[in-house]
Design a protein around this ligand. Sequence first.
Ligand SMILES: [Zn+2]
Length: 85
Amino acid sequence: MKYLVLLLVLAVAIGVMMLGRRRAKPPSARVPSPAPTPAASSPKDVQSMLACAHCGVNLPRSEVVFDAGGRPYCGHEHRLLGPAR
Ligand SMILES: [Zn+2]
């Protein structure tokens, strides 16, 4: 019976030591990672902008008109006029 109590105390002591070690680690691992900067979302917007092949004005991809050759234009008028020379 004596040995059983000794073993229990030893087990509890080891458990406390393990817990202490685990609790000592987080401060270094818990360093807050830098939040993603809002500027990271802007390159996407830049990528979706296209310059008119005739006048060079930048437009969102959704507002661009493409000709048969795949060139972007700001409107049907410039698409008919064709690329600038
Ligand atoms: Zn244009």
